[in-house]
Design a protein around this ligand. Structure first.
Ligand code: DGL
Length: 267
């Protein structure tokens, strides 16, 4: 495996860019390949079989770009497909799951809210996470089916998005949650709005930094960190409509980018 090869990252859409930002900040010399599967978004309403199939296709595409590792920057794809991907491919596959463990350490009221997609919350993997780390605390869950679409539109602060955030978080706050796990990679883009809605006393926890740490450790252990001293570059693909997605990518990535259509065979 070539250490100067890029790292592949995928998500159902633009949400994984929140993870890509954490990776870029921590690993400035790495080259990054990002695929937004926006032609198939949302993942949160799809079956595990569908998500396994898409994860397999996107992994094959990233392998065709000669990546040295893959980051599944999507909680929903992780719970459905990561075991399958790891059993199928030999390259390192790093995945993301709701940060229940850090939330258990952070809560003072002993009540935690987890917001995520319906598919993540319904998965066996999420239940196992609760069994492993959730004893002694109350963990409340809330699916937020409409938030992903708002982020996909780049609508991070309108009154509609605010209302949705209010509706989804209110039951958790009323029940006494003091810690909120952002269990979907789209939600960190709504962090300023969520912060405003839930107030300063609520701790928000997301997973981008933890995943990046894990990625760095794995690359270091396998001697796969890029030895280059040149800033790394990024490449972006989408299975959705390029023109529409490009504008949203610019808002979220905060730099001009060249977004390419995912080749038909993988779209
Ligand atoms: N960003 C994804 C996640 O972390 C999935 C959102 C969706 O497509 O429903 O779960």
């Amino acid at each position: 495996m070539n250490p100067s090869a890029p790292i592949g990252v995928f998500d159902s859409g633009v949400g994984g860019l929140s993870v890509l930002q954490a990776i870029r900040a921590a690993l400035p010399y790495e080259n990054l390949c990002y695929v937004a599967d926006s032609g198939h978004v949302p993942y949160g309403t799809k079956t595990p079989e569908y998500l396994q199939k898409r994860s397999l296709v996107l992994t094959h595409f990233l392998l065709s770009q000669n990546v040295k590792a893959i980051v599944v920057a999507c909680n929903t794809a992780t719970v459905a497909a990561v075991a399958y991907l790891r059993a199928t491919f030999t390259i390192p596959i790093i995945a993301i799951e709701p940060a229940v463990k850090p939330a258990v350490l952070a809560t003072k009221t002993g009540i935690i809210g987890v917001i995520a997609t319906a598919a993540t919350l319904a998965s066996d993997q999420f239940l196992r996470l609760l069994e492993r780390f959730g004893s002694g605390v109350t963990i409340l869950t809330q699916a937020c089916p409409c938030l992903v679409a708002q982020v996909e539109k780049g609508d991070l602060a309108s009154s509609t998005t605010r209302l949705l955030v209010q509706q989804y978080t209110a039951p958790l706050l009323v029940a006494g949650a003091d810690t909120l796990v952002l269990g979907c990679t789209h939600y960190p883009f709504l962090r300023p709005l969520i912060d405003e809605v839930v107030g300063a006393n609520i701790t928000l926890i997301d997973t981008g930094t933890a995943v990046t740490r894990q990625l760095s450790n794995i690359l270091a252990a396998q001697k796969l960190l890029n030895p280059s001293a040149q800033p790394g570059h990024e490449q972006f693909w989408t299975s959705g409509e390029v023109k529409k997605a490009q504008a949203v990518f610019r808002v979220l990535w905060r730099k001009p980018i060249n977004l390419q259509p995912l080749p038909q065979a993988f779209a």
